[in-house]
Design a protein around this ligand. Sequence first.
Ligand code: CTP
Length: 445
Amino acid sequence: MVKVITYGTFDLFHEGHYRLLERAKALGDYLIVGVTTEAYDETRGKFNVIDSLVTRIENVRKTGFADEIIIEETPGQKFSDIKKYNIDIFTVGSDWTGEFEYLRDYCKVVYLERTKNISSTMLREKNRPIQRIGIIGTGRIAERFLPEAKLVSGVSTQGVYNPHTESAIRFAKKWGIEAYTGLEEFFSAIDVVYIASPHETHYEYIKTSLEHGKHVLCEKPMVLKKAEAEELFQYAKEQELILFEEIKTAYCPGFHKLLGIACSGSIGSIRNVEACFTKLERPETREMTDRIYGGSFTELGSYVLLPILKLFGDEFQELRFDSIRGENGLDLFTKASFVYPTGIGTATCGLGVKSEGRLLISGTKGYILAEAPWWKTSYFEVHYEKTDRIDRYSESFLGDGLRYEISNFLYMINKSNNNNFKLTRGESIAMADIMERFLKAERRT
Ligand code: CTP
């Protein structure tokens, strides 16, 4: 019996897929089809798969060509599948020609001619028009956004707005996009807005963007007042628009895995969460000089609050802030301490004091430890009472990590789904509330 194997995502199942499977089956007697998981597709830069794994498997099954369907989860799996299933022929479409030569040592490799003029990418683009992104702000984070957005198909960065003409033109030139200095003109050229301007300008920009019917992806901290966050989310809901706060950690696969394990009961009931993130900043930067909105907590607080809010929720009984301030009064280092009915949390961050950046989650049966840079979670350990048992987990974190949130944002737009479970409306509102309490305690606002 000649055994054949092939792999694919098979998203929005189309004629090209059908013809490929038909010919793959004809190469032998028994066909195994490997269908990729979403997580695996993400690790290879495919962020916009529309159909669920179950739907994609079902579509492959319906063709009747597959004798067996397996799941492809990791790079390197093809090699082990070929051994495990005793494969004689490995086949894929001709778009992969040359890619799988290394498998020739183990089986025959056949590249089948690709069906012309059809692909999942084409269908995705046809059914869901490209979302043109307009950026507000021209700072460092906006610079990081552009190359990441290029990796997510389904979006394209159209232009940038900055009331300062020179900055807008300089930025636009560097990235080959349009510069806009008038908001009306900007809004008429784009579909969605990415806000990366100074914190205190977010509220007005979000409001104006929503008023112009645009979905919004806004840098953290989204706003610095609870009432503003509530108002904006309510307005977005009424307008059936998506308002999405950007905290890259919340959307990265490793952090998600960590939360899943923390909540699975494997470390028992969670009683203590300690999150610390410090990043030494030069004294002349905006973060170190803006006397109202600068300082460590407004800059980094969102990251360290995230695991506490995710694991304990927003119903804390006590919250206190302790800060070390610089000469200009701005906090160089801040510790926010939370008391909950069943546990305690500490969120520590610093721009002028260096500390060990780590995330520690302690439970009644064990603890989870993620070392810096845990905010780009790619590795963590689970420890237990018995010191000889340590469970180790890793997950990829690609590039600057913004691609994860951009693809999540796009997914929500395409599905008209307002439920951002990775960073809920309630969590964003709680963050704004905590920022507001901090600024009040500091007597800045
Ligand atoms: N395939 C094909 N002809 C097409 C499209 C795909 O023969 N017109 C083959 C691919 O070469 C691969 C298999 O079908 O062997 C599954 O491909 P997949 O990547 O799932 O489909 P694409 O349409 O190429 O998807 P995308 O646009 O997302 O890359």
